[in-house]
Design a protein around this ligand. Sequence first.
Ligand code: NAP
Length: 276
Amino acid sequence: MSSVQVAVVTGSNKGIGLAIVRALCRQFPGDVYLTSRDPGRGQAAVAQLQREGLQPLFHQLDIDDLQSIRALRDFLKEKYGGLNVLVNNAGIAFKVQDTTPFAVQAEVTLKTNFFGTRNVCTELLPLMKPYGRVVNVSSMVSSSALKGCSPELQQKFRSDTITEDELVQLMTKFVEDTKKSVHQKEGWPNTAYGVSKIGVTVLSRIQARLLNESRKGEHILLNACCPGWVRTDMAGPKATKSPDEGAETPVYLALLPSSADAPHGQFVSDKTVRPW
Ligand code: NAP
């Protein structure tokens, strides 16, 4: 088993994820895994970084596929005996002009952004080594969507005692409510992406709390963040930040020094903790 440190970035064949891998290859003292659901796109991205003089490694990972997540888990366990840095970056968003029915958009978006991310956490968080760093890429849209929720939902999502099961039930209810066209009556905002990112931010708060309870003294820090508005296929060419600029806050959180005991369980943008 290798004693080398290891970092994994989900959805890193392009966009912000690729830029996070680039920065980690330069700054992280260990192996950095670029992962992609499509091996061809992943290997092409590895080749791109190799041309820049960097040496990322590759592993397939589709966060919608539990078998794929478990194959990565088993590989990490066997080769490294765990994991030092996990960046949950993979995500999707329908374009504003997309005419796919809202209920379908809700189901598909929540499946990857919330349930896929959660499955990665369920399988990989037990592998985190002491002083590990976990970064869940959420969005400022999670904050604006939270403000668009009913007072009852806002209170639940801001609660310091909400459980992961309760969060899963709420995310599932959103999808079901969209199918019955009652989501707005039930207090939800009219944004599937926004609700999925509420899920990612609240999941991060819950997971940080669980780490405090079950792995106190291991100094693992876990946070959610917003990369900013970044020029990628998702956000388009008018966005204000380059992918490398968008990677700055996720990389800052992934490389928090071993002496740091904060931030933890926070929502961070521009390297600054934001109120939730
Ligand atoms: P992007 O350019 O569309 O890249 C998304 C990445 O996620 C791609 O590599 C994509 O792979 C991957 N992905 C999607 N579904 C996946 C799955 N099931 N399994 C594994 N990988 C999957 O988007 P981006 O702008 O870089 O976004 C990265 C993250 O930042 C997302 O979580 C996004 O919500 C968040 N974010 C972005 C912005 C922004 O302004 N761009 C703002 C706030 C938050 P494929 O190439 O195979 O599709």
